[in-house]
Design a protein around this ligand. Sequence first.
Ligand SMILES: NC(=O)c1ccc[n+]([C@@H]2O[C@H](COP(=O)([O-])OP(=O)(O)OC[C@H]3O[C@@H](n4cnc5c(N)ncnc54)[C@H](OP(=O)(O)O)[C@@H]3O)[C@@H](O)[C@H]2O)c1
Length: 368
Amino acid sequence: MHHGLAVRATRWLSLAALCCAVGADKFDRAADDESHRSLRAAASRDQFDRLRLQHPGLRRAKPRTRSAHGMSPEAALELKSKPTPRATVDRRVALGNSTMPAVLYGTAWKKAKTAGLVFAAVKVGFAGIDTATAKKHYNEAGVGDGLAAAAETVWTQSKFTYPRGHDPGEAPWGDATDPAERVARSVRAALANLKVSKLDAFLLHGPSTEARRSGKMTEEDFATWAAIARAKRDGLVGAIGVSNVDATLLRQFLALPDPPQIVQNRCFASSGWDYEIRGICREHRVVYEGFSLLTANRDITAGGGPVAAAAARLGKTRQQVVFRFALEVGMVPLTGTTDERHMAEDLGVFDFELTGDEVAAIEGAGVL
Ligand SMILES: NC(=O)c1ccc[n+]([C@@H]2O[C@H](COP(=O)([O-])OP(=O)(O)OC[C@H]3O[C@@H](n4cnc5c(N)ncnc54)[C@H](OP(=O)(O)O)[C@@H]3O)[C@@H](O)[C@H]2O)c1
């Protein structure tokens, strides 16, 4: 009798443990999904935890990287004593032996509205667009239609996305399993979607999950990167880069024979606006592109504080101050606005300047 009870209790406990494990995995994946952007856009670890607790379905979600949700005390001290040197602000920035636009229009999450918004963005004055081959978040063919309708020369950037970033059956490589073939087919798909013979830039959307977990590039990362570099040598792609990367992995990419020329990261004020990665980029003459500058930093732009103070002094919007700050610390900001008035505002950041004190105060606002 006792033995029977014990067996049943053990079985029940195993089942409960299994359910928890499956649940945890499900919630981690859920947090990984772009539909949980509010959670991922949390400006600080505290805010992340608060949001997580407000949504029962996200209780087990984990922050993705240290750099995305904070910085070490040493790095924070360094930021205080060594703020980022001011950059010369111009409408184009150096990229290798060439240049690229200083502000990019981001095309994620626009679905059927993509073509119309891209057309509008080009007409308002955006000279560069960011997209990706992942249909889950981008309508790259719509971007191509918008560009064709606008009939202007625009700097184009797309991305290779690992399988985890595609919905089933939607990867542009069909049934290919070889990383080199997957990259080659993705590049061809992007060229066809955007109706161009060469992409100005092509990025790895993010290192493999295993690399992010272990801090070491995997065979898949090496093979994928080699194929991306090959596309550059073949003249199909101008510059190459990597997105969603932390300092440990970025240093490994930079040690490769064809190192990245661009980094594109979500930029949290709580990490000194990705202070550490931006520093590495400056050291290696890599262009740093920052996204979610507004959505990941709502508590920095809301209420009082240095962004609001600079906006009041200059008679500009807080959003414009954030984009101007980004330019003044040498970033290429992305904006994904869906509002034509905001498009003009986000581009209207070349006719005013922040003071050195304002730049330093904004850079440290989420950290110090
Ligand atoms: N590599 C990656 O993994 C990755 C991930 C995410 C994003 N991205 C890229 O980055 C791009 C931008 O994404 P994001 O996360 O920064 O932005 P986003 O999600 O497109 O959001 C921008 C937000 O800011 C608002 N906004 C923009 N300008 C404004 C202004 N002047 N005044 C008031 N509100 C303003 C927009 O609202 P309105 O629409 O009302 O203006 C929108 O809510 C994406 O489209 C994509 O290309 C890349």
